[in-house]
Design a binder for this molecule. Structure first.
Ligand code: ATP
Ligand code: TZP
Ligand code: MG
Ligand code: MG
Length: 267
């Protein structure tokens, strides 16, 4: 798996994939800058009348329900179906699902109308989607979590690979489960680090058809970049800036040296 991480990072930087993000108002700018920093390209387009065309001209699509409106849900369904028609990967970030019944309804509609390549969410969000009791405080997960159990149940219930994040990160599909033990606590003190991760993962899926390999490469690269940034900062403000810098200079070799993978697949 370590060798495929290196290969996928190289291909992302080479191909500069364009990621169409239908995302929330809080993280739009940070997401665009983060994608540029690592060597991908962003576009944000939300109007239902144009999203089909935009997503079909992109290399990946992200559906993020952080600041939902009816028009946005409509746009996500249209863009998702258009991406599906052309075989463009679709990542779903179910921000805050479990916190309100409106979000739950919107997430269900997306799940039932769009074929998703991967769902990326915190442990509370993925629990809620899987029908487990979710511990959410607004858009943040709270409480102790059994990440392995949540990931397994989510894949079985939703029939979609997942990337569950938190203290540890787990990528799971029907036959594979990999835990990645990197990252720093400051990632939890800057808004949008989860949302940017979903968009970064979409950029990796754009160049690698094996969803587990793409997602493991994305989370490994992202959390190692966070560790390098963490060495230079004094708090959340400087971390936000240093993290964007680190996304641009973190090398395949840095990731190879630092990544800590655990294979939970049982093979
Ligand atoms: P939340 O709103 O609960 O913060 P999120 O959508 O921001 O959720 P996170 O689970 O916070 O998503 O994941 C975003 C990034 O932060 C991931 O790279 C993850 O590894 C990292 N992360 C989250 N919690 C921790 C932690 N306690 N220690 C280290 N890294 C963490
Ligand atoms: N409120 C609605 S969307 C949003 C907030 C604070 C951003 C969430 O970003 P992340 O990446 O899930 O922390
Ligand atoms: Mg977070
Ligand atoms: Mg989030």
């Amino acid at each position: 798996m370590k060798d495929s991480i290196i290969r996928v990072i190289k291909v992302v930087k080479n191909k500069v994939p364009l990621v169409h993000n239908i995302t929330n108002q809080v993280v739009m700018n940070f997401t665009a800058n983060g994608l540029y920093a690592l060597g991908a390209a962003p576009v944000m387009a939300h109007e239902p009348m144009e999203v089909a065309e935009m997503s079909q001209n992109a290399d990946a699509l992200v559906l993020n329900i952080g600041t939902l409106t009816e028009s946005l849900v409509e746009a996500m369904v249209i863009a998702g179906k258009a991406a599906n028609e052309k075989g463009i990967p679709v990542v779903f970030d179910p921000v805050g699902v479990g916190a309100t019944s409106y979000r739950n309804k919107a997430a269900k509609r997306i799940l039932s109308t769009v074929k998703l390549s991967l769902i990326r969410g915190n442990a509370g969000e993925i629990s809620a989607l899987a029908g487990l009791k979710a511990e959410m405080r607004g858009v943040d997960a709270t409480g102790e979590q059994n990440y392995e159990k949540i990931a397994k149940l989510a894949v079985e219930t939703l029939n979609v690979p997942v990337l569950v994040t938190g203290k540890v990160d787990i990528v799971a599909s029907h036959n594979q489960m990999i835990q990645v033990n990197n990252g720093v606590e400051l990632l939890t003190k800057v808004t949008g680090t989860g949302c940017l991760l979903s968009s970064v993962t979409a950029a990796f899926l754009a160049v690698e058809a094996d969803v587990v390999k793409a997602a493991v490469a994305a989370i490994s690269f992202y959390t190692v970049a966070a560790e390098l940034a963490n060495e230079k900062v004094h708090g959340p403000g400087s971390f936000q800036v240093a993290f964007l810098d680190a996304l641009s200079y973190t090398s395949e070799n840095d990731v190879y040296q630092r990544v800590h993978l655990i294979n939970l697949s049982g093979d």
